[in-house]
Design a protein around this ligand. Structure first.
Ligand code: G3H
Ligand code: 13P
Ligand code: ZN
Length: 325
């Protein structure tokens, strides 16, 4: 039986983005695959009174099972309400790669979907995105499209080279597809290896000129930034100290994200930072407690550190803390 996101207590992203645009901040879109990640995201956002987008990739859906995910999201809403919180919570499909996947998510209670046709020729991207929008809007589900390609190797998103968004295409794309938000490529990429830096070299600045051109052509329209993990050095170091091997990892400096959050960027996607925090904390715990085998013992501290990381992001990077009073 199909279920509407409204029955699960979720909201779409329309109102969230309107407020973010007016308030000069961005809402965090945090990926989750398991219970501890979801608990960390929700408890962090409840604590700092922040709106939040719970983000699920195709891979996460396969890992956790779509029915399980739907009830997890419903449980997360219920948990927030029992904590006395009214924060708006959206459930969003990250990098949907087909019409059928988007339909299935909408029928399973997602309040927002991304159709990522960024790798397709322009006209095909328009056609696919419009098809998803036409279906989604019948159920008041919001849709994110993408123009420009981010580099990065991930299960379902894989490109060696990035292609910046062409500002001259954005107006045509938005008006012909009817999307509610647009992801653009301005120099970020997915994963923990965003920039290939030579020794002593600094991370290059994001292409704010492209962002500004897009803003000019789409006044008041919500822009989305993918690949926005900072690849927190503290946790990369911790992973390496406790037996891991993550070399030459580099992410987007937080001050650049702060600048983006103040602009028309209303949604900032963060996944890798959460993965790094969790891995570092588990490695540390197991290395210091080699005889421990109760998963709660090592997942508990990882969940706590994750929660603190999300609190920091909301307060000091995205600016969304306190915006859901
Ligand atoms: O941008 C992609 C997200 O980080 C999700 O990655 O497909 O490995 O779940 P995933
Ligand atoms: P990161 O890999 O930088 O966390 O980006 C996540 C993302 O864009 C999810 O869609
Ligand atoms: Zn992404």
């Amino acid at each position: 039986m199909p279920v509407s996101f409204k029955e699960l207590g979720l909201v779409n992203t329309r109102e969230m983005f309107k407020k973010a645009m007016e308030g000069g901040y961005a809402v965090g879109a945090f990926n989750f695959n398991n219970m501890e990640q979801l608990q960390a995201i929700i408890t962090a956002c409840v604590e700092v009174k922040s709106p939040v987008i719970l983000q699920v990739s195709k891979g996460a859906r396969q890992y956790a099972n779509q029915t399980m995910l739907r009830y997890m999201a419903q449980g997360a809403v219920q948990m927030a309400r029992e904590m006395g919180s009214k924060i708006p919570i959206a459930l969003h499909l990250d990098h949907g790669d087909s019409y059928e996947l988007c339909v299935s998510c909408i029928e399973n209670g997602f309040s927002s979907v991304m159709i990522d046709g960024s790798h397709l020729p322009y006209e095909e991207n328009v056609k696919l995105t419009k098809k998803v929008v036409d279906y989604a809007h019948k159920f008041d589900v919001t849709v994110e499209g993408e123009l420009g390609v981010l580099a990065g190797i991930e299960e379902h998103v894989s490109s060696e080279k990035s292609h910046y968004t062409k500002p001259e295409e954005v107006q045509d794309f938005v008006s012909r597809t009817g999307v509610d938000s647009l992801a653009i490529s301005i120099g970020t990429s997915h994963g923990a290896y965003k920039f290939k830096l030579k020794p002593g070299e600094k991370v290059p600045p994001l292409r704010f000129d492209i962002l500004e051109e897009c803003e000019k052509r789409l006044p008041g329209f919500p822009i989305v930034l993918h690949g926005a993990s900072s690849v927190l050095p503290e946790y990369v170091d911790m992973i390496n100290r406790y037996g891991g091997k993550i070399e030459n990892a580099a992410g987007v400096p937080e001050e650049q994200l702060r600048r983006a959050a103040k602009s028309a960027v209303c949604k900032i996607n963060i996944d890798s930072d959460g993965r790094l925090v969790m891995t570092a904390m588990i490695r540390k715990y197991l290395s210091e407690h080699p005889s421990e085998f109760d998963p709660r013992k090592y997942l508990g501290p990882a969940r706590e550190a994750l929660k603190n990381m999300y609190i920091e992001k909301c307060k000091n990077v995205l600016g969304c803390a306190g915006k859901a009073e």
